[in-house]
Design a protein around this ligand. Structure first.
Ligand code: UDX
Ligand code: UDX
Ligand code: ADP
Length: 464
């Protein structure tokens, strides 16, 4: 079977870029991305393509190429489901904030709503593809809902986890290490559905990079990949603390270790802690699944990755307070960067949020500058924690438009995100405009220690 019409439910950080690239590479397939969020869809349709709601290098050019030709953004979910022969589910699956599994399990409310909507609307056979990261065995739940509430049409469920990283989404989509497709290998219909999706990717991905597995392997591979990546970051962050007390330099250690071809050089950058929508959520998910099968040692092993990450964020903030003579009350602290990594405007689980919260509890005054994150987003992130009244966050936190403005008259700077432009700052001028002693805490090991010390900063970097 040849796919002619694709619908993607969810126009977020995963659905938006993925569908844009599919549309660009498969001009004969119509791709419609739908979302309940009208504002988000309007932004995807904005005449000025620079105003699309997600910042990713290279994305606006891809959208410009395909939009209106075979790429469409709409709020009419029913219509898009009805027209499609393949439906991607790419809605958010945050960690549950209530009830059983609170703080651990993924909240599948939105997935289930999608499934019920598809079942209600579909009057022809559909291939349903789970794109969101989901706990193992979600495909079965999807199938049960579809088969029991549908109109008697045939649904084939595929798992096709997304491995793109934000900030490099377009490159990752164009040249994926692998595309993973899980499906029902035991039936003809299952195999046909998998082949249909393989054919979509084969427009630009070499066949040898397209893996097919059973559904459960596919679902579990996604959680495992993210758990391994996060574990590397927690491992190097654990060593960063040891480096600080022994006089070793974590970058030197990472380099020496990473040259072992069995270990490899990537994902060994010490930081103030990993963030993003996936790592913590997926590990918590893994921990929850392991516990639910009574595998307590497995659960404890992976949970430690999160505990280490929490510790890293907390100790960075605590070190600021300790270094500033045990009090930051009423002191101005500049935070450079708010996004969870460079080249994205996403802030989910960003270390900056937790560091800011800690400093606010110590009554600091915070001034934030991030090149891509809006003021509304920053206040939203802090309000969401519920640590203090919303008005208090607006009183204690200011958001400004330049790094220079953020640092002016500050007692200390906390560098939170490794944006390239922070390397270009006139640090001499920044130093001159700060209160003395001028403290600089580099949470990303971005800046040159010797240069900063020569300028006069009291300089602290993770792992040094
Ligand atoms: C190790 C280091 O590899 C080497 O660099 C260091 O100098 C000494 O310690 P060694 O203990 O000789 O070398 O063997 P290695 O190949 O690392 O295996 C260690 C153990 O891990 C073995 O029992 C091996 O069976 C096991 N292993 C290794 C696995 O169970 N799975 C693997 O994927 C790899
Ligand atoms: C991750 C996975 O990489 C991707 O394959 C999956 O599809 C989604 O989750 P993402 O969260 O977008 O992608 O970004 P990633 O580059 O993995 O970074 C996650 C966090 O780890 C960031 O906060 C980053 O700053 C941090 N990190 C990463 C480090 O602190 N050190 C490193 O060496 C690498
Ligand atoms: P991700 O990083 O997984 O892409 P996002 O939160 O960026 O997550 O995007 C998920 C999108 O899915 C949101 O824009 C949300 O409005 C949308 N969404 C959630 N549930 C539904 C639904 N039932 N129908 C349509 N869109 C939905």
């Amino acid at each position: 079977m040849k796919v002619k019409n694709i619908c993607c439910i969810g126009a977020g950080y995963v659905g938006g870029p993925t569908m844009s690239v599919i549309a660009q590479k498969c001009p004969e397939i119509n791709v419609t991305v739908v979302d309940l969020n009208e504002k988000r869809i309007a932004a995807w349709n904005d005449k000025d393509v620079e105003n699309i709601p997600i910042y990713e290098p290279g994305l606006s050019a891809v959208v410009e190429d395909a939009r209106g030709r075979n790429l469409f953004f709409s709020t009419d979910v029913d219509e898009a489901i009805d027209q499609a022969d393949m439906i991607f589910i790419s809605v958010n699956t945050p960690t549950k904030t209530y009830g059983i599994g609170k703080g651990m399990a993924a909240d599948l409310k939105w997935i289930e709503l999608c499934a019920r909507q598809i079942a209600r609307v579909a009057t022809s056979d559909k291939i349903v593809v789970e794109k969101s990261t989901l706990p193992v065995r979600t495909a079965q739940a999807l199938k049960n809902i579809l088969d029991n509430t549908g109109n008697g049409v045939n649904f084939q469920i595929l798992s096709n986890p997304e491995f793109l990283a934000e900030g490099t989404a377009v490159d990752d989509l164009l040249k994926p290490d692998r595309v993973l497709i899980g499906g029902d290998l035991d039936t003809e219909k299952g195999k046909d559905a998998m082949q249909a999706l393989v054919d979509v990717y084969a427009h630009w991905v070499p066949q040898t990079n397209i893996l097919t597995t059973n559904v459960w392997s596919s679902e579990l591979s996604k959680l495992t990949a993210n758990a391994f990546l996060a574990q590397r970051v927690s491992s190097i962050n654990a060593m960063s603390e040891l480096c600080e007390v022994t006089g070793a330099d974590v970058n030197e250690v990472a380099k020496a270790v990473g040259m072992d071809s069995r270990i490899g050089p990537k994902f060994l950058k010490a930081s103030v802690g990993f963030g993003g929508s996936c790592f913590q959520k997926d590990i918590l998910n893994l921990v929850y699944i392991a516990k639910s099968f009574g595998l307590n040692e497995v659960a404890d092993y992976w949970e430690q990755v999160i505990l280490m990450n929490d510790h890293q964020k907390r100790r960075f903030a605590a070190n600021i307070v300790k270094t500033l003579y045990n009090t930051v009350s009423g002191k101005k602290i500049a935070m450079l960067g708010w996004a969870f990594k460079k080249d994205t405007n996403d802030t989910r689980e960003a270390a900056s949020i937790y560091v800011a919260d800690y400093l606010l509890n110590e009554q600091a005054e915070i001034v934030v500058y991030d090149p891509k994150v809006t003021e509304e987003q920053i206040y939203g992130d802090l309000d969401y924690l519920g640590s203090r009244p919303d008005e208090e966050n607006r009183k204690l936190v200011k958001v400004v438009n330049t790094a220079k403005e953020a640092c002016s008259e500050a007692h200390a700077i906390a560098l939170m995100t490794e944006w390239d432009e922070f390397l270009e700052i006139d640090w001499q001028a920044v130093y001159e405009n700060m209160l003395k002693p001028a403290f600089l805490f580099d949470g990303r090991k971005l800046l040159d220690k010797h240069k900063m010390k020569d300028l006069g900063f009291k300089f602290y970097a993770i792992g040094n």
